[in-house]
Structures are given as C-alpha cells and as structure tokens.
Write a protein that binds this ligand. Sequence first.
Ligand SMILES: [Zn+2]
Length: 571
Amino acid sequence: MTATTPARRPDAAPRAADWVSCPGCGWLLYRKRLERNLSVCPECDHHLRLGARARIELLADAGSFTERACPPGPADPLAFSDLRDYPDRLAEAAVRSGETEAVVTGTARIGGTAVVLAAMDFGFLGGSMGVEVGRRVSAAADLAVEQRLPLVTVCASGGARMQEGVLSLFQMARAGQAYARLREAGLLSVCVLTDPTYGGVSASFATLATVLVAERGAHVGFAGPRVVQETIRAELPDDFQTAEFLLAHGLVDRVEGRAELRPLLGRLLRLHARPEPDAPAPAAAPAPVLREADPWDVVQRARVAERPTTLDHLAGFDDFVELHGDRTHADDAAVVGGVASLGGRTVVVIGHEKGHTVRERVTRNFGMPHPEGYRKAMRLMAHAEAAGLPVVTLVDTPGAHPGPEAEERGQSHAIAETIMRSSRLRVPVVAVLTGEGGSGGALALCTSDSLLVSENAYLSVISPEGCAAILWRTASAAPAAARAMRLGAGHLLASGIATSVVPEPPGGAHADPAEATRLVREAVAAELDELCRLDVGTLLARRAARLSRIGGEDARPLRVVAPGGDGRAAR
Ligand SMILES: [Zn+2]
C-alpha cells in the first residue's frame, strides 16, 4: 500500500502572507477573514485543510485539551533511504508541521462531555501511518476503554507509511483490535473524515468508528483516484470519493460543513452519555381503548397520505440525530434511523419512512425498503446492543420493495437476518405499528418485546387487494378480504401479537397529527420504563416465550420464564 492522495494543491500559502489563494476557486482571500470563517472559502465553500492543532481548537471546548505525552518511538526501523534518508524526512516534517508525528492525542471536552481526542496532521508526511501513529491511535483507544470515555478521531491521511514498510501495514491490525475492544466495551467512537483520508488509515480505524461524519467536500477512499484511473482506465464520476458520494453509497452516517461539526459531536456525545431517567414508577397499564372498526376502514385510514410518518413522530422526541447508510451499498431513504432522546432516555430508533408529498413518496419509494434499508436497520441494532441502548421501531410500509435489484442484493436474507437479530438483541425492543404493516417487509421491524399497534394500523400477510385477486379472482373484493383476514388492532391484540393499542384522535391520526404523535411518544416512553427494568436474561426469555406463543392455543397473559436469565451475564 502506498501513500495515495488525490492530486490537490498543498495547504495554504506561507504563514506570513496576508492573502491566501483558495485551492478551490483560486480567489485571493484575506487570511484573517478566512480564519474567521473556519478556513472555509466564502466564495466557493471549499474547506481548506487544517492541521491537527487547528482541528483540536475547532472541536474541543476552549482550554479543555490536555495532550498525552508520547515517548519517542522507533525512529527508523528499516534504516530506510530513498533519495534522502528517512530520519531527515522525519526531522523536516517535524519542523514544517510543528508536530512530533502525524497524530496528536489527548483528552478534552466537547460540548461539555469528556472525550479522548486524536487528530491527524496531513502536514506531517501526508498524515501517513507508521508504527508511532499506530501506537498513538491504539493507545488513545486503550485510554478510552480504561477511563470509559468516548473516542473522537479526526482523520487526514494518505495511507500507510512506505518508509516503515510492512511494519506500517500491520498498524492496521493493531488499530483494528484496539477498536474491537472499544466496541466490546460499549463505548461510542466517532470519526470525522476530512480531506483526504485514504489507504491504510481509511481501511482501518477511520472507518471502524461507530459514527462516521465526513466533512463537506472531503475525499475519502481506499485507492487514490489516480491509482483507480490508471488501473481501470475509465472516466470516474466527478463526485468520485467525495463526502457526498460516500453518503449516497451508504458509507458514512452524515456529511457536515465545518461549522456544524462541533454542535453535532456535542449532541451525539450527550445522547451517548446515558443519564439515567428519573425513574418514574411505571403507571398501571390502562385497559386498551379499542373502538369497534370495520377492517376496510382501518386499511384506508392507515394509508392516508397525511398520516404522521416516522420522521413526524421523531420530530416530537427531545432530540434526534439521523444516521445514514448500510456501510456497504447505499442509503435507503425508505428506512430512517438514528439516535434519539425520549423522556431522558437515549434510544436507537429505526422506522419505515413514506413521506407525504408525491415527490417525497417517490424519493422514499413509498416506504418500501430495499435490502440496504434492512442492512441499515441491522447496523443500528448492533450499535444499540453495543451501547446498551433500547431499540424503538416504527413500522409503516406497504411491503419490502419487489424488484430485480432488490432480489440481486438478497432481499430475503436481509429481512430474515433482521428478524433473527432483533429476536435476540440484548436490549429492550419496542415496536410500534403506526400504519400499514405489509408482510415480511413490516415484520422485519416487528420482532420485539412489545408490539404497540395504533388504532388504525394493520399487519397483514398480503395486501387485501393481493389476497382478493388470488382468492376472489378480483382485486375489487379487497374489502371482503380485509374483513376475512380480520385486519386491524382488535385481532392483533386478541391473538397476543400486539401487546397494547395506542389510541388515535377521533377520525384517525391524520385528523390531529400533533396529538397522534404525542400519544405514540407517551406509549413508547411508558413501555420503555417497564422493559428497561428487566435484566437481559429475563428480557430474552420473555421475548422468546412471546414469539413462541403466537398462534398457539395458550393465550394467557405474559409469563416470565427463567428469571435471572439464560445463563449469560447481563450488561
Ligand atoms: Zn474558493
């Protein structure tokens, strides 16, 4: 692996000059004005590169950074020499950057939350990772584990350092195992990907963080664009490997301008600080209010375009940071998710999203997920489990997307795996059926400890139209099919599939969306109060018993099986 970086002009002009030429648009910018603008060109929004100290100043609360003293590492393990001796290059890099290596680490506070912070300096030999960088980054992760602090890294690197040969390459493994322990400890890690991040850094700790935030305009990839172009000899898209390209391909959670980085980190860190809610005594569950409803009326109300969607429900939560992408292929707009706060409790939320207007509904594929939507859901579930956060799902989909591309990418497996993982998640899972519950595509997000069903929502093995077309031989028999299949909250509750019913305002949720979302929030908060009291063993045993009982003759109330658990330790 070589230091592969995009062909870009090096950082700004000499320190003394009052004027800087923007590498993006060539405009001459007054240095002081540029610095006031966080080194973002006011003319073209080009984000100029920043050194490690400037990054720390940008992100950490004023005066909160304490650098970790790092004893000097092996200076030149291979006694490497090309046109110049490696020690000479190191000495020159130190003078030019003012740093002793390509990464600066320490502790700091961001938005009031204590963190371990590691910032890379591209000005030090292109931010390349040799043994010392690997050592410092791994030590930062170890420190985070030891002090139970989140780890924030800011990456800028051309890749592994050639002058340290294969020793450099193996720093990827060293950093990888350090991050594995961070994940096992349930600690949050956030990586800010800045321009440029490539090669051995990109393919190790830079992309192993729980949350990946790319700075606007940053180029991030494995192989540099010149290498890619010379290998495949084809034109690359203009946005190849840009932050925006990464977001569209599901590879990062968010793209942010420089000014938005600090506030976003502050929110994420606060959400993961997990303050205990003021444990209110759980209210006795009110008897479900269930108005008699004709199944066909329920189907029609569940489909009303003005009915609150997942994002409407989340807008009423105390905070919500949306996280994007499946880290593999794409960001499916039909499934939204992220980290949210509800009643003082942080939760991971995942839901189908339909949108309201025609344009929104087309963009969101009418709430019909592709496999990448379910893979995003699984990624977020894994984060919830690692961080010990409960999961809340909001279900509203006509079904999973039926199409050749979904089949090519394994729709069945994506749904099956989502169901399986949620059946054994070691954190509470509350599902709310808020609208349409179309078949397996809905069930993927319904496998839970509690299934709350909105008064005008339904779960169905096939759409009433589909059922009518097959069995009645005409889709116009849909109302009869809806009644025959007993669609609606009443049957779900009676059969033990739903655990409670969430009332809706008279006329349906669309008649008073604000009230409808409030009722859902309250129901979810009450459910969480109840479930979060259970230890992991009880939770899993109850969930298994609940799922096994569905369709059986035993419709008795929930029984707690094997109190104290399944033999494994609770977190
Ligand atoms: Zn510019």
